[in-house]
Design a protein around this ligand. Structure first.
Ligand code: ADP
Ligand code: MG
Length: 631
C-alpha cells in the first residue's frame, strides 16, 4: 500500500458510514477485550458493545427506513433484522460485528470509487499552478487562474501545457499520453491545437489560450469519467433488487432452521450470514475498477449497463473516412472544366467549404492556403448549407457554389458533363476520391484527394476477428471503388458504399435484426446517427476537444483503432470479473448458510466469515485497475 492509497482509505472513512464503523468497531473491541479480563462486570462490557451496535445500527436503520419509505426493499432491512435478532438472543458481539462489517463494506466500496476517482482527478491536478505569460514583449510568471482567453503563454521543455490553445509559434514534441494514452510524442507546430495536460518533451511553444479548466478537453474527460462512476448508483440499486427475493427467502430459511434444529442461535446465524453484502459489492466494484482502468489507457467508458453490452458485441461496423483512414486528406490535383482556372476553382471551393468540418473541406481549405488563396472569409455564413454525406453549398453574392459528390449534384439537378464523369472514374480507378465543384449549376472543376488507411487499421480488423467478432463491415458515404480499395487494404470483406447518414442507420438496424450485438466505430462526422442506433458506440478519431459533444458509450481519445479493441476486451474482462464476483458471492453465501443452519457457525463467526467474502470480491475487482490487454 503506498501513501496515496492510505490517504484514500482514510478519506473513505470520513463518511457517516466510515465514522459509524469506526465507533462501532472501537466500542466492540474495548467491550469484548474487557470481558476477558474478568475485572469489569459483564453488564458494563455488554453496555459498551450494545452502544456500538446502536450507533452503527442507527446509521444502517436510516438507510432501511429511507428504503421502506420509497417502498423499496434493500439489504439494509435484512441487516436490521439480523441485528435485532442477535440482540434479542443476547448475541451482542455478533450484532456488533454485523453492523461493523456492513458499514465497513460501504467504506470499502467508497474506497474503490475514490481510487478510481483519484485516477481521473489526477489528470486535472497535473496542471501547473503558474504559467509564463507573454505580453508586450515581456515574459511574466503569473498564476494560471489569472489567465484569460486569448492570452499568450510560453511553455518550455518539460513543462505541462496548462490550457487548450493554438500554437502561435515554435515547434515541439508534445506527449499527449495523459489524454490519449498515445505513448509517442507528436510533433506540433504553428497553427496546430494543443491540449491542457499534455507535456512538451522537446522544444518550446508560444500558445494562444482558448480554453481553461472545465472547458478544456481534459476537463470534459474528467467530467464524463466521473459521471460514469456516479452511474454505479443505479447498478447498486439493481443489486438491491435482489433483496426483494433474498429477504423473504432468508426469512423462510431462518424459520426453517429454527423449526428443524430447534435452535434460535442457529436461526440468527442464518440471518447474519445471509445479509447479501457480497452480492451488493460484486457488480459496482468491478465496474468502477473497469472504468478507472479505461481512463488510465485513454479510453473514456460510460459505465453501467453499457459496459455489459460492450462485452457482448459480436459485430463491428466501421465508418471509413477519419475512422479506418487517417482522414487528413491531401489534395492531389485540381482539374478544371471549360475555361476556368485552377486557382479560381480551388478558391471558390474553399469558400464553400469554409464552415464544413468534413475532412474533404479541411483538405481543400489547406490546399487553398498553401497556394496563397486561403483567406477567403465567408461573407454571410447564413447562406451555407451542408448536405450530410454528400457535400456542401453556399451562396456568395450572385454565385451559387456547390462542392460535393455525384449524388449531391444529381440531387440538385446539376448536369455532370462527360469530361467530369471521366475524371471521376479515372480518379476512383486509381483509389482517389474527389469532389465536384459547380457554380450556378455548371460543373467547373474536380478536385481529387487521397486518403490512406490508418497504420493500425489492418491489424485492428485482424485482432477483432481473433477476438470472436464474426461480422465486420464498413459503412461509407464514399464511392464504391474507393470503399473497396480501402476495405481490401484493411481486410474487410463486407462493405456498403454511397450511404447517406440515415442509410448507415438502416444498415446497422438490419445487422441487429439478424441477431448481432453491433458496435459502431466512427468519427462523429456524418455517422452520429449510426453511432446512436448501434448497441455500443465507439467514437475514435474525433478531436479530443469535441468529446463532450458526443454521447458515445466509449470514446477513444487518440483515434488509435487498437484502443477500440482494447475497450471491447476491457469490458469483457469487467463482465468476467462481475460474473466471478457473483459466483463468489453465491457460493460463499450458500456455504456459510449451510454452516450457520447446521450450527457450525456462531452468529459472530458468521458475521466475520461472511465479510471475508466481501473483501475477496473487492480485491478481485481491484485486479482490473492494472488491466492490460491480452489476446
Ligand atoms: P464516410 O462515410 O466515408 O466517413 P462521409 O459520409 O463523411 O464519408 O461522406 C461521404 C461522401 O460525401 C464523401 O465521400 C464526399 O464525396 C461527400 N462529402 C461529404 N461532405 C463533403 C464536403 N464537405 N465537401 C465535399 N464532399 C463532401
Ligand atoms: Mg466519417
Amino acid at each position: 500500500m503506498n501513501k496515496s492509497t492510505i490517504t484514500l482509505l482514510l478519506r473513505s472513512f470520513r463518511s457517516t458510514e466510515g465514522i459509524a464503523a469506526l465507533i462501532t468497531g472501537i466500542f466492540t473491541l474495548i467491550g469484548w477485550s474487557l470481558s476477558f479480563t474478568n475485572q469489569v462486570p459483564l453488564v458494563l462490557t455488554n453496555i459498551l458493545i450494545i452502544t456500538g451496535v446502536f450507533i452503527g445500527g442507527g446509521v444502517i436503520a436510516i438507510g432501511a427506513v429511507k428504503g421502506l419509505l420509497r417502498r423499496e426493499f434493500n439489504v439494509d432491512e435484512l441487516v436490521m433484522l439480523a441485528l435485532a435478532a442477535s440482540l434479542i438472543i443476547g448475541e451482542y458481539v455478533s450484532a456488533a460485528l454485523v453492523a461493523f462489517m456492513m458499514l465497513f463494506g460501504k467504506v470499502l466500496e467508497d474506497f474503490t470509487a475514490h481510487r478510481a476517482t483519484a485516477a481521473i482527478e489526477a489528470l486535472g491536478t497535473l496542471l501547473p499552478d503558474t504559467v509564463t505569460r507573454y505580453a508586450h514583449g515581456n515574459e511574466q510568471r503569473v498564476s494560471l487562474s489569472t489567465l484569460v482567453v486569448h492570452d499568450t503563454i510560453i511553455v518550455r521543455p518539460g513543462e505541462r501545457i496548462p490550457v487548450d490553445g493554438i500554437i502561435l509559434s515554435g515547434k515541439a514534441l508534445v506527449d499527449e499520453a495523459a489524454l490519449t494514452g498515445e505513448s509517442l510524442p507528436l510533433l506540433k507546430t504553428e497553427g496546430q491545437k494543443v491540449l491542457a495536460g499534455t507535456i512538451i518533451t522537446e522544444g518550446a511553444l508560444t500558445i494562444k489560450a482558448s480554453a481553461f479548466g472545465d472547458k478544456t478537453a481534459l476537463g470534459s474527460i474528467a467530467k464524463i469519467a466521473l459521471s460514469a462512476l456516479e452511474e454505479r448508483a443505479s447498478v447498486v440499486r439493481t443489486a438491491d433488487k435482489y433483496a426483494r427475493f433474498v429477504t423473504p427467502g432468508v426469512l423462510l430459511l431462518a424459520t426453517a432452521t429454527y423449526l428443524i434444529t430447534g435452535s434460535v442461535v442457529n436461526a440468527v446465524a442464518v440471518l447474519v450470514v445471509a445479509c447479501p453484502c457480497v452480492l451488493v459489492l460484486a457488480t459496482p466494484t468491478a465496474i468502477i475498477a473497469g472504468v478507472a482502468a479505461g481512463a488510465k489507457r485513454g479510453l473514456l467508458m460510460r459505465g453501467g449497463s453499457r459496459l455489459e453490452k460492450a462485452a457482448k458485441v459480436d459485430a463491428i461496423a466501421f465508418d471509413k473516412t477519419g475512422t479506418l483512414t487517417i482522414g487528413k486528406l491531401q489534395v492531389k490535383k485540381v482539374y478544371t472544366i471549360a475555361k476556368n482556372t485552377e486557382k479560381n476553382v480551388l478558391m471558390l471551393a474553399a469558400k464553400a467549404e469554409h464552415l464544413s468540418e468534413h475532412p474533404f473541406a479541411k483538405a481543400i481549405i489547406k490546399e487553398a492556403e498553401k497556394r496563397g488563396i486561403g483567406d477567403t472569409v465567408l461573407q454571410s455564413p447564413a447562406h451555407f448549407r451542408s448536405f450530410p454525406g454528400t457535400g456542401v453549398s453556399v451562396q456568395i453574392g450572385n454565385k451559387n457554389i456547390v462542392v460535393g459528390n455525384q449524388k449531391l449534384l444529381e440531387h440538385l439537378k446539376i448536369k455532370i458533363p462527360l469530361a467530369a464523369t471521366k475524371l471521376l472514374h479515372n480518379a476512383e480507378f486509381s483509389g482517389q476520391t474527389g469532389a465536384l465543384v459547380a457554380i450556378n449549376k455548371k460543373v467547373v472543376g474536380f478536385i481529387t484527394m487521397s486518403d490512406i488507411p490508418k497504420m493500425e487499421a489492418k491489424n485492428t480488423v485482424a485482432i477483432l476477428r481473433k477476438a470472436g467478432i464474426t461480422r465486420i463491415v464498413m459503412l461509407t458515404g464514399d464511392a464504391p471503388a474507393i470503399a473497396q480499395n480501402i476495405a481490401t487494404a484493411v481486410g474487410i470483406q463486407e462493405t456498403y458504399a454511397q450511404l447517406l447518414p440515415h442509410e448507415k442507420v438502416a444498415k446497422i438496424k438490419e445487422i441487429q435484426k439478424e441477431g448481432y450485438t453491433v458496435g459502431m466505430i466512427g468519427d462523429g462526422v456524418n455517422d452520429a446517427p449510426a453511432l446512436a442506433v448501434a448497441d455500443v458506440s465507439i467514437a475514435a478519431g474525433i478531436s479530443a476537444a469535441d468529446v463532450s459533444k458526443h454521447t458515445a458509450d466509449i470514446v477513444v481519445m487518440s483515434g488509435d483503432l487498437t484502443k477500440a479493441t482494447e475497450a471491447l476486451l476491457l469490458s469483457r474482462s469487467t463482465l468476467t470479473i462481475i460474473k466471478q464476483n457473483l459466483w463468489i458471492a453465491a457460493v460463499w453465501n450458500v456455504l456459510a448458510l449451510g454452516a450457520a443452519a447446521s450450527g457450525m457457525l456462531s452468529p459472530a463467526m458468521g458475521a466475520v466469515i461472511h465479510n471475508v467474502g466481501s473483501v475477496f470480491v473487492v480485491i478481485n475487482a481491484a485486479r482490473l485497475v492494472h488491466w492490460t490487454p491480452t489476446l
